[in-house]
Design a protein around this ligand. Structure first.
Ligand code: BCA
Length: 138
């Protein structure tokens, strides 16, 4: 299991006509947290993309919304990554207000490592497996 914290201001472009963060922007922020974690671990997605032999597509995404967020809010995305099998991992995200700690949203994405161009599941690279940590056998 690996954990990472990502802070993110809400900008005007994140909000909709009702003045609150538009729903898909929360998933965008989650993915920013995921990319930031990979960069912090020296495993930037661009490395995988330019190598061209593997991809880690999403096979599942869910999100629940608990309270609205507004332009200027400071949010914290807490990411927990768990290895589910040698070729699959799950990202759990909690988005909270940085100051009040009020819970804003919770999301989950599941990713499968596939070999290209066949698009068949393949073991995650050893560097990814090491960074995520041991398989959870519970
Ligand atoms: C990934 C696949 C090739 C895998 O297919 P198959 O080779 O037939 O494998 P399986 O059906 O056995 O599934 C593989 C594993 O995924 C699991 N799986 C498959 N579907 C699901 C869903 N819906 N939920 C949870 N788990 C799933 C499944 O249980 C298997 O797990 P194991 O038991 O550990 O093996 C195929 O499911 C696929 O092509 N799906 C579409 C993927 C896609 O197009 N996603 C959206 C676009 S990618 C994207 O938006 C993106 C955003 C951000 C990124 O960082 C990366 C990509």
């Amino acid at each position: 299991m690996a954990t990472f914290t990502y802070e993110r201001r809400v900008y005007l472009g994140d909000t909709d006509g009702a003045g609150v963060v538009y729903f898909n922007q929360f998933l965008q922020m989650c993915h920013e947290a995921y990319e930031s974690w990979l960069m912090a671990e020296n495993l930037p997605l661009q490395k995988v993309i330019s190598a061209g032999d593997l991809a880690m597509p999403l096979v599942h995404a869910t999100i629940d919304f608990f309270s609205p967020a507004y332009c200027g809010d400071r949010l914290v995305v807490t990411l927990t990554v768990t290895l589910a099998s040698p070729h699959r991992f799950c990202c759990d995200y909690q988005i909270s207000q940085a100051e009040s700690l009020q819970l804003v949203a919770r999301a989950q994405t599941h990713h499968v490592c596939i070999a290209l161009p066949a698009r068949k599941k393949a073991p995650l690279p050893p560097s990814w497996q090491r960074t995520i940590g041991d398989l959870d056998h519970h």
